[in-house]
Design a protein around this ligand. Structure first.
Ligand code: COA
Length: 577
C-alpha cells in the first residue's frame, strides 16, 4: 500500500513504524505536521491508500479524515483520551497500560477503534516507556490495524470497544498541569517524587527549583540507604553530588537528579537548555560533597558507568541520559574502558545505556558552551569529538580481548559508529540505527567512521547509508553486514542471549585463533593506513564544520537543542515531494 505518515516529528516511534512498514513492502512517505494546508497538499500529491499519524500534537484536519482513513496512534488504553496519556498513567501508577489505534474523526481520540495492545508498566521515565513498551505496542497495534484495513474489515465504535475490553477502559483526562506535577518535598515519599519526575521526562519536566533557582527536573533515580546514610539534611535539601547529578533528600529517602532546565524568565535562552545539573549549576554543584562509587557495585547503586564480570566476560554499561556523551562523559568512559582492558577477561561487552546505546557528542553541552565567557561551541565541539575519538580508539585497539557492542537501545550518528569500533556488534530486533551525521548541518563526522563503515559494508553501501540519512532496523543492519546479528524481541531477552553468546565465545575452542586473527587484521590495516591518518582526515573536515565559513552545523544544532518547529519536511522523507 501507499501509506502516508503525518507526524509532528520523525521521532523514534515514527522511525520504527517507518522501517517496519517498509520491510513489509509498503511504500511509506512522510509529511511533518506543519500546517493543515501542507498536509492536504501531501495527501493530494501522494494519493495514499491509508494515512497513519504516529505522533501528533494537534488534530488532523477534517478535509483529510473525511476523505481518507486516517489511523491515529494514541499512547493509551481503549477509551483513554487527552494529551497527557502516559503522564497520567505514570502518576496514577497504573499497573497495565497500552496503545490504541483509532480512526481520526471530529473528536480528538474518540474515533472508532482499529486495534489495541497492552503492556505491564515499569517504574521508568516516560521517555523510556515510550521508546520501549509504547513503541513495541504501537508496532503491534498498527500492524493489526493495517491487516484489518487490507482485509476490508471495519473498526469498532468506541462505545462497543469499551464493552469488549471490560475494566481496561480509560477516560478523558485533561492536560497534566504543573500544579498537579508539583513535588511536596516535605510530604511526598520517594516513590511519589519519582513518579512525578518520571511522568514528565523528557518533556515537560517537573517545575521546581534547585539552589534557589526555578527550574524543571528530569532524570531521577532512587538513592540507596548506604548512600543516604553518608549525607545529612532534611527533606528537600540537596546534599551531595555524583557524576553530574545531585542528591536531593525526600521525606523517606532521596533521589538523584541528573538533568535540569532553567525555567523561562531566565535572562537568556541558553539557560533554558536541558543540561546535566553540574553543567547548569557548576559552582553550586562543585560545593557539594561528592559520593563517588566504584565501577563494580551493587545493582541498585545508581551511577552512569557500571562494570561487572561473569566468568571470563566483562560487561561495561554507560547509561548516559538520552545517549548524549559530553567531553567529560567520554573521558570517564575511556578511563573505564582502560580499566576493563586491564582485567584478565577474554571478552569485553559494551552495553551502552538502557535506552540508547549512544547518540554521539552532547549537543546540549556544546550549545551551552557558546554562552560561557572564554568558551565557544566550536571549541567544545572540537573537545567533544576528540574525546569521542580517544574513546573509540581504546575500543579499536583492545587487542587482548574480543570486544562486543551489545545495543540495548537505539544508536545515532557518532554513537552508531562508536559501536562499530567493537569486533562484534549485536542489537535486539527493536533497535534502530541512524549511522549518519549529515542531518546535523552536513556534519562530516569522525569516530574513525571512514575506516569502520566501509570495512563492514563496502564503499558503495557506506556512501548510500551516509547519504540516505534514513533509520535502519537491526534486522536490516544485520542483513547489510553493518552489524553482526539481531536477536531478541526486547532488551530483556536480548541481554540474556548476549550473556549466553559472550560466555560461549569466551569458552570457545577457537577463542585464541579469533584473537590472533583480530591482532593480525589490526596490524595489517594499520600498515595499510594508520588509524591516525583516518582520524586526521576526518578531523580536518570536522574542523571546517566547526570553524569554517559555512555555519550549517551551528544552525542545525541550535535548531535541534532548542527544538525549533520544522518549517518543511526534509526531502529524503517526503517521497511525494
Ligand atoms: N546531544 C544531546 N541531546 C541529544 C542527542 C545529542 N547527541 N541526541 C539525542 N538527544 C536528545 C534529544 O534532544 C531529546 O531530548 P529530550 O529529552 O528533550 O526529548 C532526546 O535525546 C531524545 O531524542 P529524540 O530526537 O527525541 O530521539 P529519537 O529517538 O526520536 O531520535 C536521533 C534519535 C539520534 C535520530 C536524534 O536524537 C538525533 O538526530 N540526535 C542527534 C545525533 C547527532 O547529530 N549527534 C551529534 C553528532 S555525533
Amino acid at each position: 500500500m501507499r501509506i502516508l505518515f503525518i507526524s509532528h516529528s520523525f521521532n523514534s516511534l515514527t522511525q520504527r513504524l517507518f522501517v517496519e512498514l517498509r520491510a513489509r513492502g509498503h511504500e511509506v512517505s512522510i509529511e511533518l505536521d506543519i500546517a493543515d494546508s501542507v498536509s492536504e497538499e501531501a495527501v493530494a500529491m501522494f494519493r495514499p491508500d491509508l494515512i497513519v499519524a504516529p505522533f501528533l500534537k494537534r488534530a488532523v484536519p477534517a478535509s483529510i479524515w473525511q476523505n481518507h482513513v486516517c489511523l491515529i496512534v494514541h499512547p493509551g488504553i481503549v477509551g483513554d483520551r487527552g494529551p497527557s496519556a502516559l503522564d497520567w498513567a505514570i502518576l496514577n501508577r497504573e499497573p497495565v497500560w497500552g496503545v490504541t489505534v483509532l480512526q481520526a474523526n471530529a473528536e480528538m481520540d474518540a474515533g472508532d477503534i482499529w486495534a489495541t495492545a497492552t503492556f505491564p508498566m515499569r517504574v521508568a521515565m516516560k521517555s523510556s516507556l515510550y521508546r520501549n513498551e509504547v513503541t513495541n505496542a504501537a508496532v503491534a497495534a498498527v500492524l493489526e490495524a493495517i491487516g484489518k484495513f487490507e482485509r476490508d474489515e471495519w473498526p469498532i465504535p468506541l462505545a462497543e470497544a469499551g464493552k469488549i475490553h471490560g475494566q481496561m477502559h480509560g477516560q478523558l483526562r485533561p492536560l497534566l498541569r504543573q500544579e498537579q506535577r508539583r513535588i511536596d518535598w516535605q510530604n511526598d515519599d520517594t516513590a511519589t517524587v519519582l513518579a512525578k519526575i518520571h511522568g514528565g521526562d523528557g518533556f515537560p519536566g517537573v517545575l521546581d527549583s534547585l539552589f534557589g533557582t526555578p527550574c524543571y527536573l528530569y532524570d531521577a533515580h532512587p538513592v540507596t540507604a548506604i548512600a543516604l546514610a553518608a549525607t545529612q539534611g532534611r527533606a528537600g535539601d540537596v546534599v551531595a553530588r555524583r557524576d553530574e547529578a545531585v542528591l536531593r533528600r525526600t521525606r523517606d529517602g532521596g533521589v538523584w537528579i541528573g538533568h535540569t532546565r532553567r525555567a523561562p524568565g531566565a535572562d537568556d535562552l541558553d539557560k533554558m537548555l536541558k543540561l546535566p545539573v553540574a553543567v547548569a549549576f557548576p559552582a553550586e554543584t562543585a560545593a557539594l560533597p561528592e559520593l563517588p562509587v566504584s565501577l563494580q557495585r551493587p545493582e541498585e547503586e545508581w551511577g552512569e558507568l557500571r562494570y561487572r564480570e561473569e566468568g571470563a566476560v566483562g560487561y561495561l554499561s554507560f547509561d548516559f541520559y538520552n545517549g548524549a556523551m559530553s567531553t567529560a562523559q567520554c573521558r570517564r568512559l575511556r578511563e573505564a574502558v582502560l580499566q576493563a582492558r586491564k582485567r584478565p577477561t577474554r571478552v569485553l561487552v559494551l552495553l551502552g545505556g538502557d535506552d540508547f546505546f549512544s547518540n554521539g557528542i552532547h549537543l546540549n553541552c556544546i550549545e551551552a558552551a557558546a554562552h560561557r565567557p572564554d568558551e565557544s561551541a566550536a571549541d567544545e565541539s572540537w573537545h567533544n569529538i576528540n574525546a569521542m575519538d580517544d574513546l573509540a580508539l581504546e575500543i579499536l585497539t583492545a587487542t587482548d580481548q574480543i570486544a562486543i557492542a551489545a545495543m540495548r537501545g537505539n544508536a545515532g550518528a557518532g554513537g552508531a559508529f562508536l559501536a562499530l569500533a567493537a569486533d562484534l556488534v549485536w542489537a535486539h530486533e527493536g533497535v534502530l540505527l541512524n549511522p549518519h551525521y549529515k542531518n546535523m548541518g552536513n556534519l562530516y563526522g569522525s569516530e574513525y567512521w571512514t575506516y569502520l563503515l566501509p570495512r563492514r559494508v563496502g564503499a558503495e553501501q557506506a556512501r548510500a547509508i551516509t547519504q540516505n540519512r534514513l533509520p535502519i532496523s537491526a534486522a536490516q543492519a544485520a542483513q547489510q553486514g553493518l552489524i553482526d546479528a539481531a536477536f531478541g524481541r526486547d532488551a530483556g531477552s536480548f541481554l540474556r542471549e548476549v550473556k549466553r553468546r559472550a560466555q560461549a565465545l569466551a569458552e570457545s575452542d577457537d577463542y585464541a585463533a579469533r584473537l590472533a586473527a583480530k591482532r593480525e587484521r589490526r596490524a595489517a590495516d594499520e600498515a595499510a593506513k594508520p588509524l591516525q591518518a583516518y582520524r586526521e582526515e576526518e578531523l580536518a573536515r570536522m574542523r571546517r564544520n566547526f570553524y569554517g565559513f559555512d555555519p550549517s552545523y551551528h544552525v542545525a544544532r541550535y535548531h535541534f537543542v532548542h527544538k525549533m518547529p520544522h518549517a518543511w519536511t526534509p526531502r529524503h522523507l517526503a517521497l511525494h515531494r
